[in-house]
Design a binder for this molecule. Structure first.
Ligand code: SIN
Length: 358
């Protein structure tokens, strides 16, 4: 850490955590082919140096490189590292807000993870944690990363008058709650930020800010962050034309603790899967039914259709349901050791806020 950073660290500042991604990516031929690039090449301190002159003098910045990866390689130990760094920073009275640069490919999983483990804490403290990334590498002529980083820093540092502390995401001039991130386009510049009922996506300008009040949800207690090596093993399986029972039977021979099923339509599953899944559930494998379309909700099935123990993913996509299930399984284990009889289904339902069927 430089002397300047050391000095700033002892006064009020925004902490910028670098995780890598396209925002830190470099293309070998940026002019002819900006989409052929290596993610996670540029240090966060080098990105910040490029925007320093555009940052108002009163905003002190401290950076820390936690990783520099392509987020397709994101791992549970890195989530643990990031979650703990964010919690420590929230707890530090000198840190006014936190910005995280992250690859967009798995930013939605990290966004939900942070919401579940420190969303309440951030809200109570009135501090903003802001995820951002980019769709074009840092050396592309029309690179979007520096503008996104600047916007994210402004959002983390701006007064809370109109919207609360919490876990946000900023990209392409827009902001949303990080738990509502959903990358649904391979190349569009605002790919990870889509409209969502629980946090209306808005442009970063004062007239929009009041809209975020809707996001001031009464968030429940934060869940614990598992140590890097004790995350429950949960896989995602996709139902499709010609799905085979063998797929499920193979998993039954493993030590997998949970399965998230990306079902068709509203979460329907191929009939070939039903018997082995029911067996899996009886063996103690936690099962969550999500869906392939990537938008909309999965409602609980009528009881005679859903096998016992299976729970619907509600508004969560399969990747987000997987993070939620991992944390719910870990919470169940912790509750058990504290002598409480709460199950992973109790925790999952609390997280996913499942709608009731009347
Ligand atoms: C990544 O997720 O690290 C690469 C893709 C991106 O950041 O858009």
């Amino acid at each position: 850490m430089s002397q300047i950073q050391n000095h700033v660290k002892n006064s009020s500042h925004i902490l910028v955590l670098g995780m890598g991604g396209t925002i830190a990516g470099l293309a070998s031929n940026p002019d002819s082919n900006p989409l052929q690039y290596e993610a996670g090449q540029v240090e966060i301190s080098a990105l910040l140096a490029q925007i320093q002159s555009a940052i108002p003098g009163e905003i002190g910045l401290v950076s820390e490189q936690l990783a520099n990866i392509n987020s397709c390689n994101m791992s549970e130990p890195l989530l643990t590292l990031l979650g703990r760094a964010v919690k420590d920073a929230l707890d530090n009275s000198r840190v006014e807000g936190i910005v995280i640069t992250h690859g967009t490919d798995t930013i939605e999983e990290t966004g939900l993870f942070l919401q579940l483990v420190c969303g309440r804490f951030a809200q109570n403290l009135g501090k903003r944690v802001v995820l951002t990334g980019a769709m074009l590498p840092a050396n592309a002529s029309n690179a979007d990363g520096l503008k996104n980083l600047l916007d994210a820093i402004h959002w983390a540092a701006s007064p809370l008058d109109n919207s609360p502390g919490g876990i946000y995401a900023v990209m392409g001039g827009r902001v949303c709650m990080a738990m509502d991130l959903a990358k649904r386009h391979t190349t569009a510049l605002n790919a990870p930020i889509q409209s969502s009922p629980s946090s209306p996506v808005g442009l970063i300008n004062p007239s929009w800010l009041s809209g975020v009040k809707a996001a001031e949800i009464a968030w429940h207690e934060d869940l614990s962050i598992p140590d890097g090596d004790v995350w429950p093993w949960v896989e995602i399986l996709t139902s499709h034309t010609g799905a085979r029972s063998e797929t499920i039977n193979l998993w039954l021979e493993s030590k997998v603790q949970g399965l998230v099923l990306a079902g068709t339509g509203m979460g329907s599953l191929h009939e070939q899967w039903l018997e082995p899944l029911s067996k899996a559930s009886k063996q103690g494998v936690a099962i969550v039914r999500a869906s392939r379309p990537g938008a909309g909700q999965v409602l609980p099935n009528i009881p005679e259709k859903d096998f016992a123990g299976c729970i619907a993913a509600g508004k969560f996509s399969a990747p987000k349901a997987r993070i939620a299930l991992q944390l719910a399984l870990y919470a169940e284990k912790q509750a058990k050791s504290a002598g409480k009889s709460l199950t992973w289904q109790d925790f999952f339902a609390r997280i996913a806020v499942l709608p009731e069927i009347g």
